[in-house]
Design a protein around this ligand. Structure first.
Ligand code: HEC
Ligand code: HEC
Length: 509
């Protein structure tokens, strides 16, 4: 079931289907691909579900019933064949299960196991190329004439090795599991290694973070878990271009003319951005998860005001003009796992072909031999955005250095506190997803579970969050650096009754 989050059914459908130019493999292939070692379609519902995709029925915009966020490129004259890839909704749509019901949460944390999905695609492509029986079945399904089968096989091998190279580039000692990805670590590698063509720039992306919830994000002044990205001016466009490059996008650097050529679909990105602006937090569905207790909520509110509101200021989540502010909290104060923010600050790389180019393409000092990885990413994203079809947008992109200045040039070690509207639906908690429930977050770190199962989707309405007693899913290990569940010890000295009151209030946000 869907909750009311300010989107009409039509907007909801297009947001779940919209692609931004992500090109992982030709869709014709994907349709006929089998799972590696099994005579079962790759797109079999059970297989997709095991990888963390949310299934959906066919619709006019999605006639083959692809899962939420598995997207196709739009046909162009130069590239008439659609490619399959991932859209925003693959990571940013949640599904909670309770009492046999499934609750869809648009803009919520998805369970996609990014690493497992990538691995499965590579293994299927390789198995198809290597196993003659599987290959013939595949080529028959594609109706490939005999004379073209060897080139089909070569194309499979080529695609598998390109994806394998990307997969190895992003190998990490800290496994991501469902619902997480080291987004900055991977985009740093995409830009510094792949786009610039400098293999020595590789850094392990070993600080996976949760897919954050997106309602209210477009209204915030700063986004990303460390608050490093400004939302002013062309900020969202630059962020979206960055994402598009990270998620099987391509940019050609350097390329002729102003800015850099890419496969980014600006039209779709613009529409997605507009749609996201109207998305609101889901309200606790009392019919499915149980009635809220108004007396407890009334007692919880002053506790919230005392212990939480200084950093998580309450907002009117339905006000279309809300302007929530992210409260940047120093690492030394919040005390959560430092790795994400440290990697972000420490990463630098050889500039290769960008040496001598201005840091913000049309502004800033020229790059020397090395630069901070985030500046290289910003440079490439600005360059790509300078190819936006609208002149007015290109003009705002030229001014990006002004809004980016404060956050990118002098960004110290912070995590951001965001408004908590819809927080009941965004478990597991903290940037690294290390705390399964709100109840656990309101206890001292030493009392939070060191291990729990995640990705099964089962919701616990009492503790509010991931049902930890489930057998299925993936085992989260909060003792591994990168996964630590330390810090954020706010409201952790409340007594049992107070904690329940505060929890009830949080459910109502
Ligand atoms: C493969 C998974 C994935 C896809 C696809 C994806 N994102 Fe994200 N997104 C993430 C992760 C992970 C982060 C957190 C990055 C960080 O802060 O370190 C994030 C962060 C964000 C944020 C910042 C939210 C906040 O409050 O800090 C926004 C906004 C966002 N994404 C929008 C989008 C849009 C729009 C798209 C499609 C153009 C998209 N994302 C596609 C994984 C994804
Ligand atoms: C001093 C500032 C501060 C105070 C006070 C504070 N928080 Fe936070 N909160 C943060 C920061 C910073 C983060 C992000 C930390 C991270 O992800 O590592 C955060 C994250 C959270 C999250 C996780 C959000 C998500 O999407 O995963 C929840 C839930 C939360 N806070 C609830 C509370 C509650 C409830 C209180 C009061 C008992 C509270 N906070 C008090 C700063 C604060």
């Amino acid at each position: 079931m869907d909750l009311d989050q300010g989107w009409s059914p039509a907007v909801r459908a297009r947001a779940r289907e919209a692609g931004f130019g992500s090109r992982m493999l030709p869709y014709r292939w994907l349709r006929h691909l089998e799972q590696a070692g099994r005579r079962e379609p790759f797109l079999a519902p059970a297989h997709l579900q095991a990888l963390g995709f949310i299934l959906q029925a066919p619709s006019p915009g999605n006639p083959d019933g692809l899962p939420v966020g598995m997207t196709l490129t739009r046909a162009t004259r130069r590239q008439p064949d659609a490619w399959a890839g991932l859209g925003c909704a693959a990571c940013h749509t949640g599904e909670l299960r309770h009492g046999g019901q499934r609750i869809r949460v648009d803009g919520g944390q998805g369970w996609l196991d990014f690493t497992a999905f990538e691995r499965a695609v590579i293994d299927s492509l390789s198995a198809t190329a290597q196993n003659p029986v599987v290959f013939e079945r595949f080529a028959d399904a594609l109706q490939t004439p005999a004379g073209q089968r060897e080139s089909l096989r070569a194309a499979l091998v080529e695609r598998a090795s390109a994806l394998e190279a990307r997969h190895r580039l992003n190998a990490s000692d800290v496994a991501y599991g469902p619902g997480r990805l080291d987004a900055f670590g991977q985009i740093f590698n995409t830009v510094a290694v792949e786009v610039l063509g400098v293999p020595g720039n590789r850094r392990p992306p070993d600080a996976p973070v949760s897919y954050p919830v997106l309602w209210s994000a477009p209204h915030l002044d700063l986004v990303q878990w460390n608050g490093s990205a400004p939302n002013a001016g062309p900020g969202p466009l630059i962020q979206n271009v960055t994402t598009a490059l990270a998620v099987y996008g391509h940019a050609r650097v350097p390329s002729r003319g102003p800015g850099y050529a890419s496969d980014v679909d600006f039209k779709q990105l613009g529409r997605l951005q507009d749609d996201l602006y109207h998305l609101t937090a889901p309200a606790w569905p009392e019919a499915t998860l149980g009635a809220l207790d108004s007396e407890r909520i009334a007692r919880g509110k002053p506790l919230y005001d005392t212990h939480c509101a200084a950093c998580h200021a309450p907002i009117d989540a339905r006000d279309p003009r809300r302007r929530p502010r992210a409260v940047l909290t120093p690492l030394a104060d919040v005390g959560t796992d430092p790795r994400m923010v440290r990697n972000f600050l420490d990463a630098d790389a050889r500039t290769g072909p960008l040496q001598g180019k201005r840091a913000r393409v049309v502004a800033g000092a020229p790059f020397g031999e090395r630069a901070r990885s985030i500046d290289l990413v910003a440079h490439v994203a600005i360059g790509v955005a300078l190819r936006h079809p609208l002149a007015s947008v290109r003009d705002t992109v030229r001014g990006y250095h002004r809004v980016a200045k404060a956050s990118l040039d002098t960004h110290p070690d912070y995590y951001k506190a965001r408004p908590l509207d819809g927080v009941w639906a965004s478990a597991p908690y903290l940037h690294n997803g290390s705390v399964p429930t709100l109840d656990a977050l309101l206890r001292p770190a030493a009392e939070r579970p060191a291990y729990f199962q995640v990705g099964h989707g089962e919701f616990d309405p009492q503790a509010v969050g991931v049902a930890t007693a489930m057998a299925g899913g993936w085992r989260f290990d909060a003792t591994v650096p990168g996964n630590l569940n330390s810090g954020h010890e706010y409201g952790t000295t409340l007594d049992e009754a107070q904690r329940r009151d505060l929890l009830e209030y949080l459910k109502s946000l």
